[in-house]
Write a protein that binds this ligand. Structure first.
Ligand code: NA7
Length: 543
């Protein structure tokens, strides 16, 4: 193995020990760990800066739904002590500044090639090398290829007929102009009411002369309770972060700001259930979903929570004409990502804000002047598509990944993603996914899951290198069992009951498979440790 190359030498290199795709939280930490192993690495990143999700999602109101004090790296005491968060839930610009601070501290950029999109990765079995190609004509080889491509990075605008003829400006929340957008005095249409719509709508409404929201599914949303952080809580967090992170790794969601109540709803009195829900609702955040041990598994328990949530949401909506449209009634609470908002429902009390139920009357087409639904044309000067992502597999499938014997990942995953532990896929030696499908990923604090994976992958690469082991590859039987296990766990929950992006349901033609692992970060981490301790049981090691 080559030692870490100097910055100038590496600029011209075509051979690396590892290639990393993506320079968000995952790719940045992966690069740091690879350097620590003394390996040469090149990161390719489509954006012109680090940040991943937080680089692209610059829409008004973009904010993390995990608390800042937990949504940060936990691998370096120095780094965490050198940074001070300002709000309970950090807004996108602050998170991006934090990522740039980390990139500066670790001098990461010299190994990252920006404005470069990876187009193909092909495994040469004889040489035991990946060849990685980019849209800028690069062609480099590496023994290890790590996909740090993000779970929500392939932004998706639905295929509405007529969009090409639309005369106004249109934007997708996940690919927002860096200069920002001024909606002052404009008639704006927003399509989509997931987290991105719910966060941006109140701020767009502040500027727009008229706002029309096109909603297909009403979502459960609760007040985030965002506020400035107090100096004492910041100081306390700096003292405890590393220990807190060790604790977070043992929890279901990689979060410690609330605890899951293990008592089943049926074992609580109606008053006890109400108290628990009420306390958690007003705490803000995902604490609400931990009110009973069976909230995400029992329809009856979930109904109690959903009724509570609807009653709270109803209190805020003063316009009787929109109450029924805004209250979710077609899925259990929590099975689509719970949204945290700041004055979302209140926005619909404003006279210049309308909502159109496009489940009842789907969007038919876009005209040069606006959006047609239910035979009616809504004229708008600009359109915001808050329509989400081709989640979890979209970014991976956009790369032409070819493994042993010419196997294409896209084809292998045509009926749904197949991985062992969410880390690798049979037929693709030395290819790692960070927070891939089949791992807790989007159901957890992403940074905890990212660190869990990067640490595991780094240890694995270190052992392979030290032991002169040429390759590691998921065994098909282990992969089959893991896929089955992930499905079994999911089907014991209410998650598969909604048309969510967790299920691929937001993309026409995408297979309906529940993609994340629902067993929790703690249990999953134990499994990862067991596999590594048993000489990578379930993987084939090639010499
Ligand atoms: P989401 O949560 O996937 O939300 C997308 C929204 O767009 C959702 O309301 C969709 O309705 C709606 N949508 C998608 N396609 C259409 C069409 N064709 N017509 C009308 N409405 C449509 O994406 P976000 O960006 O808000 O959030 C993604 C994650 O980022 C979020 O969960 C957090 O983890 C952070 P649907 O619900 O599919 O009926």
């Amino acid at each position: 193995m080559a030692r870490e190359a100097s910055a100038s030498a590496q600029a011209d290199m075509k051979e690396f020990d590892a290639v990393v795709v993506g320079a968000g939280f995952a790719g940045m930490y992966m690069l740091h760990r690879l350097r620590g192993l003394g390996l040469t690495a090149r990161v390719f990143e489509a954006g012109d800066g680090v940040g991943g999700t937080w680089y692209w999602n610059r829409y008004p109101g973009a904010r993390c739904d995990v608390e800042s004090l937990e949504y940060q790296y936990g691998f370096s005491d120095e780094i965490q002590r050198g940074w001070t968060w300002t709000e309970r839930y950090a807004a996108q610009p602050e998170i991006l500044r934090y990522q740039n601070y980390v990139a500066d501290r670790l001098d990461l950029r010299r190994d990252i090639q920006f404005e470069t999109r990876v187009t193909a990765a092909t495994y040469d079995e004889r040489a035991g090398l990946w060849t990685v190609e980019t849209d800028r004509g690069d062609r480099v080889t590496a023994r290890f290829c790590v996909m740090a491509t993000g779970c929500l990075s392939a932004a998706r605008v639905p295929d509405f007929p007529g969009l090409g003829d639309y005369e106004g400006e249109w934007y997708h929340t996940g690919d927002w102009p860096h200069a920002g957008v001024d909606f002052t005095g404009k008639r704006v249409g927003v399509v989509g009411t997931g987290s991105s719509g719910i966060q941006s709508i109140p701020l767009i409404a502040e500027q727009a002369s008229h706002l029309t929201v096109f909603q297909r599914t009403a979502n459960f949303t609760l007040p985030a309770g965002n506020r400035p952080l107090a100096r004492e809580e910041i100081e306390k967090s700096k003292e405890t972060l590393l220990d807190d992170r060790a604790h977070a790794r043992t929890t279901p969601g990689g979060i410690i700001c609330f605890e899951y109540n293990e008592t089943l709803a049926a074992d609580m009195t109606p008053e006890e259930r109400y108290r628990e829900l009420d306390k958690r609702w007003h705490q803000g955040g995902f604490a609400f979903l931990g009110a009973f041990g069976d909230l995400m598994a029992s329809p009856e328990a979930n109904d109690v929570a959903a009724d509570y949530a609807r009653a709270e949401m109803r209190k805020v909506i003063r316009n009787p004409a929109v109450v029924d449209i805004l209250l979710p009634d077609d899925h259990p609470v929590g099975v689509k990502r719970l949204c945290l908002d700041t004055h979302y429902l209140e926005t619909f009390n404003e006279p210049h804000v309308d909502i159109v139920d496009v489940r009842a009357a789907p969007i038919e087409r876009i005209t040069p002047k606006g959006i047609v639904s239910g035979g009616k044309e809504y004229e708008v000067d600009c359109i915001v598509f808050a329509t989400g992502f081709d989640a979890m597999t979209g970014a991976l499938n956009s790369i032409d990944i070819t493994g042993r014997n010419g196997t294409k990942l896209r084809e292998k995953w045509a009926a749904g993603p197949r991985t062992y532990l969410g880390l690798g896929s049979a037929g693709f030696p030395n290819l790692f996914f960070i927070t891939g499908p089949g791992s807790p990923s989007v159901l957890s604090n992403m940074i905890v899951s990212i660190e869990q994976h990067v640490d595991w992958i780094s240890d694995c690469i270190r052992k392979l290198t030290a032991g002169n082991i040429r390759s590691i590859e998921a065994r098909p039987d282990a992969e089959d069992q893991w896929v089955e296990h992930v499905n079994e766990l999911a089907s014991a929950t209410l998650y598969p009951q909604a048309n969510s992006w967790y299920m691929g349901a937001n993309i026409p033609g995408k297979p309906r498979v529940f993609m994340p692992y629902t067993g929790g970060v703690g249990v999953y981490g134990e499994k990862l440790a067991e596999v590594a301790a048993a000489d990578y049981e379930g993987f084939t090691l090639g010499s």
